[in-house]
Write a protein that binds this ligand. Sequence first.
Ligand code: GDG
Length: 464
Amino acid sequence: MAGKKKNRGLVVVANRMPVRRVKKGRAGDWETSPGGLVTALAPMLRERGGGWVGWDGSTGRRASVPFVHDTIRIRPVSLTGKEFETFYAGFSNKTLWPLYHDSIREPQFHRRWWWPYHDVNMRFAEAAAEVAGEGDLVWVHDYQLQLVPGMLRSLRPDARIGFFLHIPFPPEELFAKIPWRTQILEAMLGADVVGFQTRLAARNFSRAARRFTEARGPDGLLRFRGRRVVVDAFPISIDVDMYEQMARDPEVAVEAERFRASMNGRRIMLCVDRLDYTKGIDIRLRAFDELLSRGRYTAEDCVLIQIAVPTRESVEDYAELRDNVERLVGRINGTHSVKQHIPVHYVYGGLPTAELVSRYCASDVMLVTPFRDGMNLVAKEYCTTRIRGDGVLVLSEFAGAALELKQALLVNPFDVDGLAGAMEEALEMPRAEQKRRMTSLRRAVRARSVHDWADGFISRLREG
Ligand code: GDG
């Protein structure tokens, strides 16, 4: 690849910066932060150089000073406490997030949240207009910033603008409920390329755009106000080489063995999720309860490890989910513990990536059962790190990843009995079948890494 030169002039605009402040150590130090989008894009920008506009995670609206981290030019955007409540916790996470995930929680529509959403988007657009050089590519990400493409188009008609939505785009009849649906669609159509995780999401968008704006044309190529807008699926992936290398690291292997030994030969089922109500954690725990109640397996045979990464703790639904999940864990452990064996090991908090990989390597079964998920990178990471070619992935039909990972045990995450059945099937699967399936899963992930995803999007954006 021609590398740096080819990709110069790329500015990423995302809600969060790719770095966060180091808690200990020298003040003013930054470290790369965890999370789906950052995990996906930081390696690409580090390798090829570029700019990033994002919120620094603080509230207080201090003056934001641009800086360089790991070759990435970073332009922080600040928010006030009020904007955090209205733009972020409110419109982004209590209106859009539930609505875009099948309205799995009732979305709330408030005019007092819409205007801050609009104004904060404008601040991001202005920052991007400042950072981008003449004719640069600007790649805007996700549901918090859907108005940026249109705003940036007015400020900088010379820029090539791409937009990628990491979460699902809902069917027209759900989207139709948003009082500001036309403004949102028109702003997204300010981009030259609008990308989604799946073809279904892309089609949902095109239909809504034709219905609520003056956009016309076929699903993949809309005409809007005299411009062409490409609409397509660009399924995101992971840094396959990095995860494989980590899995091959002898220290990771030692930690995986140590962890397995600490489980006393029990079969290990692993779950890794942000503690989000879309991830299906509660029903999955009920299914594990059901599995143990059936009596074929006890806490002496198997253990479920739930790594629950704290997220959006200021939003009530999340606090409620945490209570609910922790109550369930307590109940299952109270009912099904055998001698010194506890059936659910619950970790509230994230692990360093190497440790996470060691858990992937140590686990016989990975349970990824979201009610709805744009893609789900955890599923892809598990397959990639199974370098011995065994292990079973149980995967929700409603994760974008299910379209590529067809050899997983695909499940309906709402079906407690079906999930318990899939857990049994996973625990009983002969090694030969595990290997057959895992070989195909690993091939599917390897076929398209995060670099291919980014290159694919950027070349479509460059093409015009
Ligand atoms: C959104 C969409 C889409 C998790 N726990 C730890 C940890 N993680 C890392 C995983 C993975 C990432 O966080 C989570 O990504 P997901 O894709 O699973 O989910 P979301 O955060 O909801 O991401 C999703 C994604 O955007 C990308 O487009 O796939 O559908 O909802 O990479 O490994 N990392 C570390 N310790 C942990 O404990 N180090």
